[in-house]
Design a protein around this ligand. Structure first.
Ligand code: C2E
Ligand code: CA
Ligand code: CA
Ligand code: CA
Length: 276
């Protein structure tokens, strides 16, 4: 107590009230899963609004533990970030998706690959060079890769993240702002940013039925147009939402209405069926 509030909190965190037995157990299992390369890359289709064609995929990390069952990335990504495991985890997902993309390209399929990046990954030394090297090893071009970063990382320019994004964009990668509209960035910041796409957050897509919600989404789409950015709407769960979004002029649609994230083989089957 004499050391002040933070110390007390830190101490309490180490007991069962803060980071409890269960959390520690999950941490240990996660370290194990990453070390033995058991984090999977799943793929969710992204649909071109005007044609209905599958234009690419978003790559999403998946983890199945023998004891705990499926654990969602909303749980394990923050843990991986907090214990310094996110680079290694991200790398595994990234390499798996490059291998998949190379094979799709060989089959003559043109698909863009959208990968989620954590803040920490952006600050890997020689990050741009490493990505370029791996992309070319797989005979891919950086133009087919979309790097997704959240609004808070990209636009609030934490630790000069913006410079890193500019470097990546100049190397040919496409940059998307994820969960757009949920952060607290200003329009002037967006204007200065090196960005190609805005991903409209699921919370806006949920509110298309209410007139004010609809106007908000329309405003984001208009903003993107003015800045020459593409828009992707995530969380499209029914035809009604898809139709609304098409009418509003969104470029790409993603959501359970089209397909859930799937393991690579399932996605390949899904695509073959669809292209028949
Ligand atoms: P996100 O990047 O916003 O990903 C979209 C999330 O929405 C995914 O959740 C996806 O499964 C879910 N989703 C897609 N369509 C629908 C729909 O129609 N309805 C609903 N309700 N949800 C839908 P998921 O896979 O659980 O991932 C959660 C978050 O974890 C991601 O949010 C992303 O921030 C993070 N994440 C996932 N994989 C990775 C990764 O490899 N690296 C990093 N750094 N973060 C990741
Ligand atoms: Ca994303
Ligand atoms: Ca998102
Ligand atoms: Ca999200």
């Amino acid at each position: 107590k004499s050391q002040g509030r933070n110390q007390v909190c830190f101490f309490r965190d180490m007991t069962s009230q803060g980071i409890g037995k269960k959390e520690l157990y999950i941490q240990n299992r996660l370290v194990n899963a990453v070390n033995s390369q058991r984090i999977q890359a799943w793929y969710q289709p992204i649909i071109e609004a005007s044609t209905g064609a599958c234009s690419g995929v978003e790559v999403l990390a998946r983890w199945h533990d023998d004891e705990l069952g499926w654990i969602g990335p909303a749980t394990f990504i923050p843990i991986a970030e907090s214990i310094g495991l996110i680079r290694e985890l991200g790398q595994q997902v990234w390499l798996a998706s490059l291998a998949a993309a190379e094979s799709w390209q060989r089959q003559g399929l043109t698909l863009s690959i959208a990968v989620n990046l954590s803040k920490r990954q952006l600050f890997t030394p020689y990050f741009t060079e490493k990505l370029l090297e791996e992309v070319s090893k797989h005979q891919l071009s950086p133009g087919s890769i979309i790097l997704e970063v959240t609004e808070s990382v990209a636009l609030l320019d934490v630790e000069h993240a913006a410079e890193r994004l500019q470097e990546l964009q100049e190397a040919g990668f496409r940059i998307a702002i994820d969960d757009f509209g949920t952060g607290y960035s200003s329009l002037s910041q967006l204007h200065e940013m090196h960005v190609d796409e805005l991903k409209i957050d699921i919370s806006f897509v949920r509110r298309l039925n209410d007139p004010r919600g609809l106007s908000m989404t329309q405003a984001i789409i208009n903003l993107a147009r003015a800045l020459n950015l593409k828009t992707v709407a995530e969380g499209v769960e029914d035809e009604e939402a898809a139709t609304r979004l098409r009418e509003l002029g969104v470029d790409y649609l993603q959501g359970y209405h089209f397909a859930k994230p799937m393991p690579r083989e399932d996605f390949e089957r899904w695509l073959a069926q669809r292209n028949k």
